[in-house]
Design a protein around this ligand. Sequence first.
Ligand code: PM9
Length: 461
Amino acid sequence: MNKPIKRSWAEPYKIKMVELIKMTSHSERKKALKDAGFNTFLLRSEDVYIDLLTDSGTSAMSDRQWAGMMLGDEAYAGSRNFYHLEEVVKDVYGYKYLIPTHQGRGAENILSKILIKKGDIIPGNMYFTTTRLHQELAGGKFEDVIIDEAHDAENEFPFKGNIDLKKLDKLVKKYGAEKIPYVSMATSVNMAGGQPISMANLKELRKYTKKHGIRVIHDMTRVAENAYFIQQREKGYADKSIKEIVTEICSYTDGATMSAKKDALVNIGGFLAVNDWDVFEEARNMVVVYEGLHTYGGLAGRDMEAMAIGIRESVDDDHIKARVGQVIYLGEKMIDYGVPIVKPIGGHGIFVDAKKFLPHIPQESFPAQTLAAEIYLDSGVRTMERGIVSAGRKANGENYCPKLELVRFTIPRRVYTQAHMDVIAESTARVYERREKIKGLKMVYEPKYLRFFQAKFEQLK
Ligand code: PM9
């Protein structure tokens, strides 16, 4: 009997320009890795074959976005590109007031300074490195209220980004609502493996926080990817467009910080968007101190134009299906090779479980950092540690010891082909084959803030 013919999907774009990349030899990679102190952030990009360090600022812009760059209105004040961006943010996300910033952390800095007082508690669905640091620098303390399933790489719950309202209620009872300036709610939770929050959970969160007079601030960096999972998995959303779902998500929140370098398909840019006039007024004043005038916030007019166009492209149903589809394609290949990954497969990358991959390496010898280095050595594929190094230290100097010790294979949007995905999966499988011979690392240099960016390591003998 003939095999049934399947219907494959393909990318909703064609390639108009290419960037050549270099293949390197094993000995060249060995030297590059040593020079980089076994930290993939310290490698030179020209020594990388396939770059999965991050999906941040690494997307391929469309011809329309590039054309938009030519329409940059570089006036110091009142650029027409700002008003275009403002119109798109209102239409797609529904937030009333917009403050552009140079990238996501610029918005986090301003928002944290405005809303957080010393001694405040900020509950959230798992920490993110820059977000938590700004909350701490403003005098607050982050408390994780994500559901337990999120800390278990194997658990296949479809909405591992959900907030555990019982955990949140416990904090409210312990500290009082007046000590909680907002709940820090991320869509598509990065550190959990790109896991979504459900609309049902968001609605409950909104109800609970309204009752207690607590704001919900949305880290909407990957909101379109979250919306895709809601469309695919949540009852009642199969026939809604990604744009409709995104708008609904935002409607349950009071404001947002955005790193437009991800979902919004630009190489630089971000913003703060809020519904409250008072917060807006203060942010509009503060942005002049840290970023630039409130109608450019550290960005060129052309960057705001590319962002406005990118936001519209990001909520196109065909785009998001192919974007997440490519991630799922890679994840399924990894699973076929027996490589332990976080499940379900997330929206922006594959997260390999380094504790399971290298069970003989204790967390204090940095299994995920080690694995990222070994994968680079095998094939020139650059990935990122998301474990104990990224988690950093508490205010008292102790290491945070996260349950998840992961290596992130982040897929840039519209950049690589399925053939690249095959090479990545095969390289990981090869390293997996020789895993027992791999030794851990020791840290020999540790910067004070966000140590994962610049720390250096040596191989243990
Ligand atoms: N995320 C990432 O690679 C880039 C820097 S950290 C390695 O995942 C969230 C959920 C992010 C994020 C950046 C930021 C900060 C906020 N929230 O990098 O400042 O994933 O634009 O955004 C990175 P910026």
